[in-house]
Design a protein around this ligand. Sequence first.
Ligand code: NAI
Length: 480
Amino acid sequence: MVKICCIGAGYVGGPTMAVIALKCPNVEVAVVDISVPRITAWNSDTLPIYEPGLDEVVKQCRGKNLFFSTDVEKHVREADIVFVSVNTPTKTRGLGAGKAADLTYWESAARMIADVSVSDKIVVEKSTVPVKTAEAIEKILTHNSKGIKFQILSNPEFLAEGTAIEDLFHPDRVLIGGRETPEGFKAVNALKDVYAQWVPEDRILTTNLWSAELTKLAANAFLAQRISSVNAMSALCEATGANVTEVSFAVGKDSRIGPKFLNSSVGFGGSCFQKDILNLVYICECNGLPEVAEYWKQVIKINDYQKTRFVNRIVSSMFNTVSNKKIAVLGFAFKKDTGDTRETPAIDVCKGLLGDKARISIYDPQVTEEQIQRDLTMNKFDWDHPLHLQPMSPTTVKQVSVAWDAYAATKDAHGICLLTEWEEFKTLDYERIFENMQKPAFVFDGRNVVDAEKLRKIGFIVYSIGKPLDQWLKDMPALA
Ligand code: NAI
């Protein structure tokens, strides 16, 4: 029986390994982590992450060929294939701070693999890493190997949170990069055999190591670039009376462009896009390519601009101040169907409103009060470290309260900000909400989820990103 161990039981390691265990009954999979609460949760009825379909997959395999453990060394020692899916945050200090990837956790995992191994192993980069990381990892492993042979593969993960299980069941592609040597090809084929148990062969792509590493950064940069492109257009739509939904639909009909990932919003979030683009920018700079670096930097600048623009629109339309006004924030996760709040635009929007002294009442079906308070008090990039290393906020933000449904959050509010596209926000009883709000009552729809015309008929003043503006909003233009 092939034994797989995955270091890192997070949003990637957990679901990916659960699906491998489900699809490969002949493989034994151990997912290990240094975070005791995380592993305890994986072994309980309440998994540490919310992901549609994940519970069923874990329940089918856990205790059979899928195990979660904090005994990292034991499982690494016994494994034939070791996946490394640990955090690769943005560096906050020293060389490359604010851009480069911090490989501390990766390096410590590699040193531990070298220390405890007593047999040859394939080591798989699952984390997103800078191109050429495999070379550094190889050096760590071979210099500490005591004669044991390691083959490094790059197998970046392309799943999207919220649809992770579906993406893992039916991936567009699986990418495996390896050394172009007989041993390298053998290792690539060994990993290919695992995926081939459920992924059609023509969807398993093999490349050299550097192409695989760079593809992951490139794919995230291209995806984020589409969002920043349509968001840039949304500002121009508002200025000209065009409707961004109509524009992106018509643009996406061009088969060279395609319809996906063209929704305008308050901005992209999530743990990957910003981090990976910053990393790409840094790599370009280090390779003497400042023009290329500048090009990709712009994707992040537009994303920041979109969040600022949204806050400015709220403040300016509410008579240029939200001081002491109650603003209901509906949705805090960075997208629907996940409880993940890493780099969610809601953090920046809330901080912007707090800067103008608003009182904020937040409701999200999947995010806890503790998480929200932690996010609003944490420094930039501090969130992307193992849970037990993340600082707990010594204080809470007093102007922020967390409600347990949308009706409580919006009661007596002056305005509503919709920041996550949860399905339930489309079908709320907006007449009831309107009655219980201060007047004039505003809705700022950062995801274009509500039927603006219907809400206007109820009496709301509605701002929808990239859509023609109400007379009220035209009369109170947002200043950048
Ligand atoms: P995460 O923070 O949810 O999980 C990482 C886990 O690794 C944590 O539970 C942490 O305790 C553990 N860990 C760190 N150092 C360790 C060590 N030395 N030994 C044992 N465990 C250790 O992160 P997530 O979201 O799973 O991301 C992991 C990697 O995958 C990152 O490089 C990320 O960029 C990449 N990725 C993330 C995607 C996502 O949607 N979240 C998608 C594709 C790639």
